[in-house]
Write a protein that binds this ligand. Sequence first.
Ligand SMILES: O=C1O[C@H](COP(=O)(O)O)[C@@H](O)[C@H](O)[C@H]1O
Length: 223
Amino acid sequence: MDFVEYPDRDLLILGLADRLTADLAEALRLNDRVSFSVPGGTTPGPVFDVMSEQALDWDRVAVVLNDERWVPEDNPRSNTGLIRKRLLVSKASAATLIPLYAAAEQPEDRLEDLAGGLAPHLPLSVLLLGMGADMHTASLFPGADNLAAALADDAPPLMAMRAEGAGEPRITLTAPVLKAAMTIHILITGADKRAALERAASLPLAEAPVRCVLGQAMVHWAE
Ligand SMILES: O=C1O[C@H](COP(=O)(O)O)[C@@H](O)[C@H](O)[C@H]1O
């Protein structure tokens, strides 16, 4: 794992946005179409604000969430709602959103359709992940019902997931899809997440799912 420590959060946001923009530009130089997978949650909004203003061929970029909470887009917990407001605006509004939510009672009701929409955009070109203090990444939560299957080498790209700490049911990219990404970055802030990440390295995968990508990832951190 490469670990980059920034002097403060503002420099983290600018440095990471620059790095992701450069990775996307390089992927666009080599490919007609590229995919950019992003987390939801509370941390990445400011990075999206900066990236949405970057001059890239956004019309050749497919944006895919790492995971989604099974709530409609107008729910404040919707990750799709977040990226529509913070990433898919300004210059980046030309990008195509690959949905991980469709109106239905349960994620299983739409899993097949959503997986079909995702398939043409794999492998992911550029992957940005978040991490919770419980060491989950995407919606690969410790103790989740489908965690073992989602960490397995033969996992389908997309799975439904339920876990005690997760709130609503989730849908998530699985470990093989995350690990197959061309470049992997993890964004974390605060002392608690740094300590969790350090603990993760010595824990079993089932207790620290983020470990599935740590060997290949560049972690970006500021207090
Ligand atoms: O629930 C989620 O949590 C993680 C971490 O979120 P944060 O609020 O601690 O930044 C996020 O990466 C994931 O996409 C999201 O669904």
